[in-house]
Write a protein that binds this ligand. Structure first.
Ligand SMILES: C[S@@+](CC[C@H](N)C(=O)[O-])C[C@H]1O[C@@H](n2cnc3c(N)ncnc32)[C@H](O)[C@@H]1O
Length: 421
């Protein structure tokens, strides 16, 4: 049967060309509906995408003068000839918010999950995402109703570190007005995560952010976040983790994992993963031959050296980071495209060089088959904004273990399983 379906299947790359699935500035959510439909036509959530996908396909057929009937079924089944196709027999469903280029999706797909909804508003990031996963993310999450998001087991979000002030709340309080706990986060992107959790009630969520979120505003921001998540009915596990045990990069991030109390009864046995024994060094991720354009000009190299000297004289450690090839690098940031000063690679008889985009991908644990379809500057921003995928994968593995225990319990006790993956 599978062989028969395989023979019938149309390649995604051909559908992409025929229907001109190209992400650019003008891309609307219509393309997201269509690709989400293609990816989810048989797992019980297609109704979220079907009608808009159908309308859009009709418009496309007319615009592109395609003679076949505009019938979604005509394009199915699809052979996913992209680097990271959806798993054949998924163990769970997840959604990918603030998706960037899909570092978190990559990690959870490797753990056997099927992504059923994704949102990201930057079109360069969407372009990279589509090239690798065959799905165009929906746009601005603040404009997406939680009612239009399909059921899922795990909600994932590496939300931007947009700290918020709770001053507004104190003002409201002083005016004697009652406020709900969600009000405290209104106007922030965390609010959008909270409203989706409140409405969809996933079994588990995992949120990722910079380490500073924990100490921001005398720890008040983090307190509001954790209180909000607890009040939504979740037991929380959080920890600052360094990715250096998984990739040759010092990268500390706060990870917050929540398990729905009403189903796990606060008995989940989740722990953050123990770091692996073998650690990588920078030399392990370098490309053997690198174009001279990555070598710093004399002008920039002198400037960086002067800058460092000035700050050393003042007694602080600002300045470039020349990496020990047998050691690890500093944190790759979204600003790396500016001068690359935070991670420089020493070269014999030459000025140091910056990393290539492919080396940045490796520094975050992306496999070499990950397609980079954007300019170097965009690629540096995208990898700097992303996650160390092997660390997220290790955390995901422990989350999925708990989810599977739940499924085993459900089967043993004869309760119906909540969702068909
Ligand atoms: C820290 S990055 C997350 C990157 C992601 N974890 C990855 O692996 O690439 C945050 C992302 O949120 C996106 N973003 C910010 N505001 C948004 C909004 N209102 N709607 C959708 N995406 C948004 C940014 O464009 C950025 O790519």
């Amino acid at each position: 049967m599978d062989i028969y379906i395989d023979c019938m299947a149309k390649k995604y790359s051909e559908i992409r060309t025929k229907l001109q699935i190209v992400v650019d500035k003008k891309t609307t959510d219509d393309m997201a509906h269509l690709t989400h439909y293609f990816q989810n036509h048989k797992n019980g959530v297609s109704q979220y995408f079907h009608s808009t996908a159908k309308e859009y396909l009709s418009e496309l057929h007319e615009d592109l003068n395609i003679t076949e009937e505009p019938n979604l079924q005509y394009y199915l089944p699809i052979k996913w000839d992209i680097p990271f196709p959806p798993p054949n027999k998924p163990k769970f469903k997840f959604i990918d918010l603030f998706a960037g280029i899909g570092g978190i999706r990559l990690a959870f797909q490797k753990n056997g999950g099927k992504c059923v909804f994704t949102s990201e508003w930057d079109y360069f990031a969407k372009k990279t995402y589509e090239a690798n996963f065959g799905e165009v993310p929906f746009g601005d999450i603040t404009q997406i109703s939680e009612k239009n998001i399909p059921e899922h087991d795990i909600l994932l979000g590496g939300f931007p570190c947009q700290p918020f002030s709770i001053a507004g709340v104190s003002k409201k309080k002083s005016l004697g007005r009652e406020h709900g706990f969600l009000d405290k986060t209104q106007g922030t992107l965390f609010f959008d995560i909270a409203r989706i959790i409140e409405h969809k009630k996933p079994k588990v969520f995992m949120l990722e952010n910079v380490k500073n979120l924990v100490s921001h505003d005398k720890k008040r921001t983090f307190k509001v976040i954790t209180e909000t998540l607890s009040k939504l009915g979740y037991s929380l596990h959080y920890k600052v983790l360094d990715a250096k045990h998984y990739v040759p990069q010092h990268r500390e991030r706060i990870i917050i994992v929540g398990f729905k109390k009403s189903i796990f009864k606060e008995k989940e046995n989740f722990t953050f993963p123990d770091p692996p024994k073998t650690e990588l060094a920078i030399k392990d991720i370098l490309e053997p031959k690198v174009d001279d354009k990555y070598t710093l000009s004399d002008k920039l190299w002198s400037y960086l050296q002067e800058y460092k000297k000035k700050h050393q004289a003042k007694g602080n450690g600002f300045g470039y980071g020349l990496t020990d090839l047998n050691g690890i690098s500093r944190t790759l940031s979204a600003r790396y495209y500016k001068d690359g000063a935070e991670i420089l690679i020493p070269q014999k008889g030459k000025n140091p060089r910056r990393l290539t985009p492919r080396e940045c991908a490796r520094l975050q644990g992306f496999p070499d088959k990950f397609i980079i379809p954007v300019s170097n500057n965009q690629a540096y921003k995208q990898f700097g904004n992303s996650v160390a995928t092997p660390l997220i994968q290790a955390i995901g593995k422990n989350i999925v273990k708990e989810l599977q225990k739940l499924d085993e319990y459900t089967i043993r006790e004869g309760h119906p399983i909540g969702s068909k993956y």
